[in-house]
Design a protein around this ligand. Structure first.
Ligand code: MRU
Length: 359
């Protein structure tokens, strides 16, 4: 299975080439495949803020490379003042988006490299290596979660099934071939997938533009539906699993993910459909007791009031939170590279993070 899965790793949202970070511009996919180059922290932070690169793990990886870029630039500018300038750059990266904890987790990892070289010259090679290691570890985590999640699906039913996913938790959102979509890819290879329904995911359309495209490229049977079709689909569509990624999971198992995930979770429970959340341990924030503490990003009203740059209504206020929090009580399974947590609780999350695999 691992070899087959590795063959499925084709789409890459970011590349580190010759000390330059290249990002596949996800705002224009799939109709255009354009690459944008980042050479410093400001360009990287802008690319994260403006959704050139998105998805929790990919944001973290981009930020780590952003630190490596910044260190090179600041050290070239001043062999004595680079540390203070780099600290400002890291703050800029931290301010790019608030909800996905992978961003802060990756910055913390890079800070640890800097701290390990306190009082020494700039550890440029070590920072590059740390960013590459974060990227590679995420790829490995995807492979591991794909297998674990597929086994959970097979445990409940060995027949090909109908699945529903929301937003994009695929190759475009990670260092590998995805979290939720990694599980779906593995399940497809194992003959467990009849059909995948992809919520279009307003307003950025990560579902129709990115998820459906990724799955169609892999030959996975997929169709797009309006977000508001989910209740109807869950009642009529023979769906066995809703499978999503996460931007932050708190110590009690609450899950922040793309806006609309919470309503799917409520609907899934009402219709006796299971909810699986797939996320690497870099998405787990044991510092926050519950989802009530997660900062929820609010984006511009324009994202709702305009379509393809054209106004669709008069100037009005708009409410545009781009994530929501699903309480742990509505989550059936959390799949991480460390193991699987069924019916998450604070105690099970503690065990997962401190003692490793639960099963
Ligand atoms: O606003 P986005 O596109 O960055 O939101 C992405 C999501 O909500 C994903 O589901 C989440 O980051 C998991 S990606 C593996």
């Amino acid at each position: 299975m691992r070899e087959q899965l590795i063959r499925a790793e084709q789409i890459k949202p970011l590349e580190w080439r010759g000390g330059v970070l290249r990002l596949l511009d996800q705002r224009v996919l799939p109709l255009q495949q354009a690459w944008l180059e980042c050479r410093d922290a400001a360009q990287t932070a802008a690319a994260i803020r403006d959704m050139v690169v998105r998805g929790a793990p990919a944001i973290g990886i981009a930020a780590a490379y952003g630190v490596a870029l910044a260190a090179r630039q600041r050290h070239a500018e001043s062999a004595t003042g680079w540390r203070a300038a780099l600290a400002e750059d890291m703050q800029l990266l931290a301010a790019s988006r608030p909800t996905a904890v992978n961003l802060f987790w990756a910055l913390e990892r890079m800070q640890q490299v800097l701290d390990a070289h306190a009082g020494q010259d700039c550890p440029l090679a070590q920072l590059d290596a740390a960013a590459i290691a974060i990227h590679e570890a995420d790829r490995e985590a995807n492979l591991c979660m794909a297998q674990l999640g597929m086994e959970v699906i097979r445990h409940y039913c060995e027949a090909p099934q109908h699945l529903l996913t929301h937003c994009n938790a695929g190759a475009l959102a990670t260092g590998g071939f995805g979290t939720a979509l990694g599980v779906i890819r593995a399940a497809h290879l194992a003959g467990l997938v009849e059909h995948v329904h992809a919520d279009e995911t307003r307003p950025w359309l990560q579902g129709s533009r990115l998820t459906a495209w990724e799955l169609a490229c892999d030959g996975v049977p997929v169709s797009v539906n309006a977000d508001s079709a989910a209740a109807h689909l869950l009642r009529e569509g023979d769906i066995t699993w809703v499978i999503v990624g996460a931007d932050r999971i708190t110590a009690n198992g609450d899950v922040a993910n793309k806006i609309g995930t919470y309503q799917l979770a409520v609907l899934a429970r009402f219709h006796d459909v299971r909810l699986m959340v797939v996320a690497p341990s870099s998405t787990i924030d044991m510092q926050l007791a519950s989802g009530a503490d997660i900062p929820i990003e609010q984006r511009s009203a324009d994202e709702l009031l305009r379509v393809a740059g054209q106004p669709v209504t008069t100037e009005l206020p708009a409410f545009n939170p781009v994530f929501d929090v699903t309480p742990a009580s509505l989550v059936d399974v959390i799949v991480t590279e460390r193991g699987v947590v069924e019916q998450p609780t604070a105690e099970k999350m503690r065990q997962l993070m401190q003692e490793g695999a639960l099963h």
